[in-house]
Design a protein around this ligand. Sequence first.
Ligand SMILES: [Zn+2]
Length: 109
Amino acid sequence: MSATVPTQTKPVCGARRPGWDQGPAVGINRIPCVLADGHEGEHRNAFHQTWADAPTAPTYEEIANLVADRITTDMPALDFDRAVFVTLVATGLRDVDQDALAATERGTR
Ligand SMILES: [Zn+2]
């Protein structure tokens, strides 16, 4: 009786745990996801360990909208143009981020 080697016919996800995605797939935390490519939900490796994707950073517009929500809730009497507010806050956050990045690149921070 000969051993049967399973063949992989469908592409697999191949995602690796956040923070363990660099370097060779050696060690249990670096074993990639074996579920079908494009699957939903958590990833799962061949040892049935599961993990979720790392959360992504919010955009400046999302942050500005959260601030606008808070203002609307906490100060309902305040009448402000939400679209203008969101644009101004998002632009300000982006400018601050660029200034901080430039300072880091100059080594002054
Ligand atoms: Zn996966």
